[in-house]
Design a protein around this ligand. Structure first.
Ligand SMILES: CSC[C@H]1O[C@H](OP(=O)(O)O)[C@H](O)[C@@H]1O
Length: 377
């Protein structure tokens, strides 16, 4: 199974997704700063995967402090004894990692969970070594729980698809974006293994091409029939009656079901509604942010214009061309047929469905609990 994040010997190893599919190269991160830069430059990407990477970044910081290197975990090649004690190292790590990418709530959910575990250990009087061990265990739990959530989601989602389904998907929501198996692409994997799936239309997903580079790579490795299309061809294949369902991931789902996902998702939702095609969002419960009343409050990351003006070092737009490069857009809940989570399928009205699920599963979180924001941000 593809797993994009590994933590071994106090080093966070990330499969460099910028280099796929040409080469499978791992990047070793030995400091919080290196982990943070890897998230910002999309060495690792995908809402759950960046949460997992950040969690191991906190574990790495605590391990460095426990070894007496103090802030050595703050900068690449930090010298022993830098910085202050455990408290400052962990707090600084949490803030730095929280500042990497604003939209995916899984990042902030994971950091809030790591902070909670840290405070729990400290209030129990645990020493640096015990805290470091507990934080490593918590990060590993986040990774393994995400894989389990993906497998559960996939079962729920596959049951929605007709026999011999042709589906269309956007961006990469596979093992590369998660703790393994994937969200929307996890549904596709499971549906294929169950014999329910005939074919996948893969949106290339401009500008970073997660579909063309990463989803096609995952599907090819699994032998799942697929066809790569430019994003602009989605309307044509829907109009030709060759799409039975659209499956996408999510980076943040507001309390009313409005969903932030890769730029171009909203367009697919409008097209699907026009063509009478079910539009499914597939995301773990950790992507739901009950503290946000609607999608209006979801921060949308804007990325480097050079992602749009060229690719791989080749520029095709004239120098100085003005660019607007939002990495995500928000799909209104009214265009979403169902939200597939690890805890079951949510159907409209989402505000009631999400609140009821939050009350049932995590009393207190659905109300005033701080959510979607990490320490210090
Ligand atoms: C399984 S969540 C994947 C989610 O993350 C992607 O964004 P990015 O590649 O910029 O991290 C995209 O929104 C996917 O739907």
């Amino acid at each position: 199974m593809i797993r994009p994040v590994r933590y071994e010997g106090g080093v966070v190893h990330l499969l460099d997704q910028r280099r796929l599919p040409a080469e499978e190269r791992w990047q070793a991160c030995r400091s919080v700063e290196e982990v943070a830069r890897a998230i910002e430059t999309m060495v690792v990407r995908g809402a759950p995967a960046i949460g997992i990477a950040a969690a191991f970044g906190v574990a790495l910081a605590a391990a460095g402090a426990a070894r007496g290197r103090g802030g050595g975990a703050l900068e690449p090649g930090g010298t022993p004894g830098e910085g202050a004690g455990l408290e400052e190292v962990v707090e600084t790590a949490l803030r730095r990692l929280a500042a990497t990418r604003p939209t995916a709530v899984n990042l902030h959910w994971a950091l809030a969970r790591m902070e909670g575990r840290y405070r729990q250990m400290r209030s129990a009087g645990a020493g640096p070594d015990q805290v470091a061990a507990a934080l490593e265990a918590e990060a590993r739990a986040i990774q393994e729980e995400d894989l389990a959530m993906c497998l559960r989601m996939a079962e729920h989602g596959a049951a929605l698809l007709p026999e011999g389904a042709q589906v269309l998907t956007h961006c990469n929501t596979g093992a590369l974006a998660t703790g393994g198996h994937g969200t929307a692409l996890g549904v596709i994997r499971t549906a294929w293994r169950q014999g329910r799936l005939r074919h996948v239309w893969v949106d290339e997903t401009r500008p970073v091409l997660q579909g063309a580079r990463l989803t096609a790579w995952e599907l090819q490795k699994e032998g799942i029939p697929h066809t790569l299309i430019v994003d602009g061809a989605a309307a044509a294949v829907m109009a030709a009656g060759r799409v039975d369902a659209v499956l996408v991931g999510a980076d943040r789902i507001a309390a009313n079901g409005d969903t932030a996902n890769k730029i171009g998702t909203r367009m697919l939702a409008v097209l699907a509604r026009h063509h009478g095609i079910p539009f499914y969002v597939v995301a773990p419960w950790s992507t739901v942010d009950p503290s946000l009343p609607s999608g209006d409050g979801i921060p949308i990351e804007e990325r480097n214009p050079e992602e749009v003006t060229g690719f791989g070092g080749v520029r095709w737009a004239p120098a100085g061309t003005p660019v607007f490069n939002p990495a995500f857009d928000v799909t209104p809940a009214s265009l979403i047929t169902a939200i597939v989570t690890d805890r079951g399928i949510l159907r409209p009205p989402y505000i009631e469905a999400i609140a009821a699920r939050a009350r049932r599963d995590e009393p207190g979180r659905g109300e005033a609990a701080r959510w979607g924001r990490s320490p210090g941000c």
